[in-house]
Structures are given as C-alpha cells and as structure tokens.
Design a protein around this ligand. Structure first.
Ligand code: MN
Length: 751
C-alpha cells in the first residue's frame, strides 16, 4: 500500500479515515474498536504485541482503500466471534445486521468443521488463524501444529469458501485480503518452516485474487512480501542492487520528471509526471522472462504520466515517441484493449538521452484511481455518477462469468485448481468469424472456444479452423487469431475430451458443460460407455487379465463395478484417477513396470541425483529454477550445505563469479525406466511414423526398437519404448491413439 504507516492507535485510525465519513461513522468505528480491544485483551500476537494491534492494522488497510464505514468496523471486529467470547448475537445487538453479516462472512471462511481421524481429533483453522495470528493467551484451544500441511483438502476448502464469497459479498473478500496482508507484514515472527508455506500460498492464491479484483496496491505488496520468504536469496540480491544505486537513480529520475512535464506543457498538455518505484517481484519476473539478469535492474527507470482525458494520453504518447526512440515490443495499448481486471493505461519504453531505457506509463487520473484500487475504487466516488458504479457491477459480473462453473465443482482441490486456470490466469483474445472478441484463459483450445460460444456448439464441435487453416483440437489459441468451429449436425462431446492426458480442454467451464451432457445420458448407457472406456484402458496398458474389477471398485470407494463405470461414464471420475490404482507387475525382473500406487515422494530429497566426482555429497534442488528430470543441470557447492542443483541456464548460475564451485552433475539413477513393447495399428499414410516419434520425443521417451509392417493399407508398428511407470505408459498410448488415422495403440502382451 502507498501508506505504509499503519495506524497503531484508535486516534491514528480516526485520522486516517476518508474525508467523506460523517461524525456518526467515526463514532461507530470507535465503538467497534473498544469492543475489540476489550474482547482480545488477554491475547497477544506472535510478535508479542496486544492482539488488537492486528485488528487496528486490518481496519487501517481497509480505510486506505476508502471502503464504507461498516467495512472498517467489521475489519476491527473480524476476529472477535472466532477468537473471543463475543457472539454473533452480541454484534447483532450492538452493531446491527450489516456489520454482523460481514463478520460472520469472514468467520465462516476460516471456521472449518471438526475433523476426527483415528489418531487425532483437532479443529482445523485457516492458515491466518492457526499460524500467522496465533494468540498466546489461550493457546491450548488451538492446535499449534499446522494441519494444513497434513491435510491439504482443508486448505483448499478454506480457499474454496473464500472464492465463493467473491460471489456473495465482495466486501468479505476485501476484509480477508486486508487480514492476509497484515499477516504477511508480520510473517517474520513466525517460525521459518511456516513462513515459506504461507508465503507460497499467498503468492499462488491471494496475490492473483487481489489482481483479479484490480487492487494493485494490495497485489504488489503481497507479492513482494511473499517473494521475500519464498526466495530469500534472490530477494536480498535484487533489493541490495536497488538500494546501492538508489540515490543516483532517484536524482536522475527527478530530472527526467521535470523535463517530461516541461515538454508536455509546451504542447498544452497538463500532465502530472512522477517517478514510479518498481517492485522487487516484478523485477524478478522480468529477469526470468527475458533471461537478462542484472543489467535489467540497472536499467530500471520508470515514470508515470497522468493526464486529464483519453485524447491527452495519445497526444502525450505521440510527443514522447517523437522525442525519443521507442523500444520495439514494449508498446501496449491497454486503453483500447483493457486487461481483464479493467486495467487501462498506455505502456511504452524509450531510449532516453543517456542511451538507456526509460519505461513510461500514460493514463488519465480516473484510470489511475481504478488501477490502484480496482473494485474498491467504486467507493472513492461518493457523488455517484461518473460511471463508477456501473464499472463496479461490470467487475462483479466479470468475476461471476469466469466462475460460471462454480456450482458444478464439489471437490475443493479441483475448485482451487479451476480458479487458477479459469480466473487467475492470463487471457488470450480471439475473434469469431463475425469479428466479435472472445477472451479465454491462456492455453485454451478450439473446444474451449466452442463451449464459450454456445454449449451446443461445444457438444457438436468436430474440428476447427484458425485463420482459415484446419488445426487439431488440441491447438493452443493465441491472441489475435480468428477461430471458426466445424460442427456436426447432432451428437455430443467425446469422452476423450475429458481425458487430461490429451490436453484437449483447458477451461473448467467447458469441462462442466460436458459433464452435464454426460450425466443427462441414461444410466444404462453411461454404465456401458464407462465400462468400454475402462476395459479399453486396461487392455491398452496390458493389465486386463490381472485386474479384479470388483476389488478395484471397492478399493476406490464404490459399492460395485456398475457404480464405478457409471462415474466414468458421467465424467465425474477420470480414467487418470484409476491408473494409479491398478495392480502392479510383481517386481520379479527388471523388465516389469511398477504401478504408480506406491507413494511418490514429492519432497526435494534428491539422493538419486548422481553428482559426478563427488559421490555421497548431500544435494538439494535449488528453489530459484526448480530443475526437473530432463533439464540440463549443474551443481553448485554451497558453504556447508552440500551441493545445490540448478538448471544450467539458471540466472544465478550464469552470473556467478565462483565458477570453481560449479560441478558437473547428471540426473543419474533418478529416473528409472523400463522397456515396454507396444503395438500401434493404423491406416497407413505418409508421415505416420514421424508423427509417432514426435509424440515420443516430445515427452522425452526413448525408443529402443521399431518395426513396421504394412498389409493392405493397414500398418502395424511394433515399438519398444522406455517408460518409468504405468501412468506414463497410459498417457503415451492415449496420445498416440489420438494421432490422425491411428486405430489403436496398445501394450504388446506376449502370449
Ligand atoms: Mn485476522
């Protein structure tokens, strides 16, 4: 937030309240404070401060956003119902329905049901409750140990509730964001292992949430605070680089500000120019994106130009581009094409007089308010009018539209994943044949597009053209492309579309609509379809004879085989969920494939990495670049912590001075693979074999042997491929079978 001085007393908070608050509003806020102060009196924060400091800080952040008085009051009271003796009835009596509902909304987000398990009985709280704001007063009441790590579904459930609250009352989400922001500011008082996890969740969920609501003031601070804990090393380096040149840079920027204002004034543009501090996380993102380590930081100089009207934006841009040479690929017109979160501005970068780049943002004052405060800017215009409330409703509608699928997804983990794809991700903009613009999450395919146009177009989609050329249904759409869908007269979606291995569908919206379609088919038909799907897959990976379907169904929590196949037929259960449950080959010889059932450790213990020449040295995977099997890697001998493994193109490695600390490493025995014979049957055509090897090499799969026989137009291709487990095999066979003209791809079972 701009104002980092947070109120620490009620007097300070009252000073900070927006000008439009009336005396009675201030009275209300005082009353809320005194109640919170008294109720939380026995409690302390992890920092040792009285608990009410947290309540004041949350209210202060909300006041800065200039939300209505009731929301600030609710911010003061947000933890009372959960953490103190105060009840909702008390609040109702003293503060009335609106504030009570807001507090209740925040309480419900965190207040999860009791879970009893064999070995423990505990109440699970949201991370902000269990950890960041752990009070020391009555600590026995709350579990100290985080259950979040052990039970990720509970974490997802909290998040799911938070997202659903966006739908009911966006003000509840604002209080939640303010709560998280203050907890992040005080995260340093938490033990180390908790910091990282909380920071990671903030970076993945809460910062994107603030971004989606357009509240840049909260978004950047959440990002920088999180980054500081997820990548402390990187954070420190960038921060110290920035600090070391601060004085020179600020002096220089001030000169440029004066110069720019003068130039614009001469041409009759009444502009306010200011230096724009760059945030550490955004610098880091840029460094990673452009693969340019530190010259980026050196060149970080940015200013913002605020002007009265839209025509002034373009005049200013024209003047600036005439005076200095613009850098290619750095110009974006978000006024003509606003971002999804309604952000509007012109972005450009020019080569300034000293031969180094200068980034410039140009926007109107209104656009600026809206960019800083997003959905909350609605309350900054008390007079009403000026289109602010229609923009507020538009923002809420947009969020609802992106979450259209919300009632179809019960599973909390899937819900959170869907938020990440459908709501938080960047968008691509494509055109219909009529020239209408459709926005979709990045990575969307023609099927996603078809479902977006109309459910029925989705169901009947059989092919697609992009800019007039036929593309495959797995094609990833890019901004600016024109898409037309080829449909059949009748018929429905293919069950393959729900097979995540094929990557044919990206959006939850499309998936939900398909499931509705499949559910409407009659029960018998769904059972038969599901059974066909299951048997085909068992056959395909070569375990059909070995699988006891009754047992499999029971193990997966179904009453019988029909229920299992019905779930498959509906699309509620995906074939991918079954593969890991399949019986493993007994490990008698090296040739046999392991099941993926055995729990795979996803920790970063990497004893399996073979450090050439340094056998037995402790190794760990570097967090900055997170190499995975297949990446080219290099080891770096740390002081006292063994070797860390980086990608060889990691910026940290590229710029390191201590080259003698680098050691050659390979993935060694990490990836154990098994040779598996498979057989592909296809209509023969030219390029067929090339397509198959393309699929394999794309996945980094080794091919040991290949023979092709053709008979009367049918090709039989026998391959021996190296895979690491049955899941990988299943994925590859599905992909090969999806190649045009291929009839079948199966594991070859001798005998
Ligand atoms: Mn709180």
């Amino acid at each position: 937030m701009k104002n980092t001085t947070v109120a620490v007393t009620i007097e300070g908070l009252l000073e900070q309240l927006p000008d439009y608050y009336r005396p009675s509003d201030k009275e209300l806020i005082k009353r809320a404070y005194y109640l919170a102060e008294e109720a939380h009196r026995p409690q302390k924060r992890a920092s040792g401060e009285p608990y009410v400091m947290h309540c004041l800080a949350v209210a202060s952040i909300l006041a800065e956003l200039q939300v209505p008085p009731a929301v600030v009051a609710a911010g003061l009271l947000h933890d009372t119902v959960e953490d103190t003796e105060i009840t909702l009835a008390d609040l109702q009596r003293d503060f009335g329905g609106e504030i009570t509902n807001l507090v209740d909304g925040v309480t419900k987000l965190t207040n999860l049901p009791r879970v009893s398990r064999d070995d423990q009985q505990a109440t699970v709280y949201d991370v902000d409750k269990t950890e960041a704001s752990q009070n020391t007063g009555e600590s026995d009441q709350y579990p100290k140990a985080s259950l979040l790590g052990r039970n990720p579904d509970m974490a997802s459930e909290t998040l799911r509730k938070t997202f659903l609250a966006m739908d009911n009352d966006i003000r509840v989400v604002l209080i939640k964001l303010a709560d998280r922001l203050h907890n992040m500011r005080t995260l340093g008082f938490m033990p180390d292992h908790k910091r990282k996890r909380i920071a990671k969740q903030t970076l993945e969920i809460f910062a994107p949430l603030a971004n989606r609501m357009g509240i840049w003031q909260v978004k950047w601070e959440l990002e920088d605070l999180s980054f500081r804990y997820t990548e402390p090393q990187q954070y420190k380096e960038i921060a110290s680089h920035l600090a070391s040149r601060r004085e020179i840079r600020e002096k220089k920027i001030n000169q440029m500000v004066v110069q720019l204002e003068k130039i614009l004034k001469i041409e009759g543009i009444d502009a306010t120019v200011s230096g724009r501090p760059k945030h550490i996380y955004s610098i880091y993102r840029k460094m990673i994106g452009k693969n340019k380590p530190f010259e980026m930081v050196r060149d970080i100089r940015a200013v913002r130009v605020l002007v009265p009207g839209v025509p002034d934006c373009y005049s200013a841009l024209g003047l600036i581009h005439t005076r200095w040479r613009p850098l290619p690929n750095e110009f974006d017109d978000y006024i003509a094409a606003p971002k999804d979160n309604h952000y509007q501005s012109l972005h450009t970068a020019v080569i300034h007089d000293d031969g180094r780049p200068l980034e410039i943002q140009i926007r109107t004052h209104d656009m600026h308010e809206s960019a800083e405060y997003g959905i909350a800017s609605h309350w900054r215009y008390k007079e009403g009018g000026s289109g602010q409330s229609s923009s507020y409703n538009q923002r809420i509608d947009d969020i609802r539209r992106m979450m259209e699928w919300r009632t179809d997804v019960d599973d909390a983990t899937e819900f959170v994943e869907s938020m990440k794809t459908d709501v938080f991700q960047d968008r691509v903009y494509v055109f219909t044949p009529n020239g209408d613009i459709i926005d979709l999450p990045a990575g969307s395919t023609p099927i996603d597009f078809a479902y977006h146009i109309h459910t029925d177009v989705g169901h009947r989609c059989r092919g697609a053209k992009v800019n007039g050329k036929l593309v495959s249904l797995s094609y990833e759409l890019k901004t600016g492309e024109q898409v037309s869908i080829l449909t059949t007269k009748r018929g429905g979606p293919s069950r393959d579309w729900l097979n995540a291995n094929l990557g044919l569908v990206k959006t939850q919206r499309a998936k939900s609509k398909m499931r509705v379609w499949f559910r409407k088919q009659n029960r018998e038909q769904n059972i038969v379809q599901g059974r066909t799907l299951l048997e085909k897959e068992l056959q395909r990976v070569g375990v059909k004879e070995k699988t006891n379907l009754e047992k499999l169904a029971r193990e997966m929590g179904f009453r019988n085989v029909d229920d299992l196949t019905l779930a498959l037929g509906h699309g509620d259960l995906s074939i991918n969920a079954i593969i890991p449950q399949l019986p493993a080959d007994e490990e008698e010889t090296e040739e046999l494939l392991p099941s993926t059932k055995s729990p795979q450790s996803d920790t970063e213990a990497t004893d399996a990495i073979k450090v050439v020449g340094l056998k037995g040295l402790l190794t760990h995977v570097a967090k900055c670049c997170n190499p995975t099997a297949g990446d080219e890697i290099v080891g770096y001998i740390t002081r006292g912590r063994g070797a860390s493994i980086h990608r060889s193109d990691c910026p940290n490695i590229l710029r390191t001075q201590d080259t003698e600390r680098l050691v050659k490493v390979s993935w060694g025995s990490l990836e154990r693979t098994y040779p598996v014979p498979i057989e592909v049957t296809s209509f023969d055509r030219s390029g067929l074999f090339g397509d198959i090897t393309y699929v394999l090499s794309n996945d980094g799969i080794n091919m040991l042997d290949a023979t092709v026989k053709t008979d009367r137009g049918i090709a039989k291709i026998s391959l021996v491929i190296e895979v690491s487990d049955i899941e990988e095999l299943s994925r590859l066979l599905a992909r090969i079978e999806n190649i045009p003209n291929v009839l079948q791809a199966q594991r070859h079972n001798p005998g």
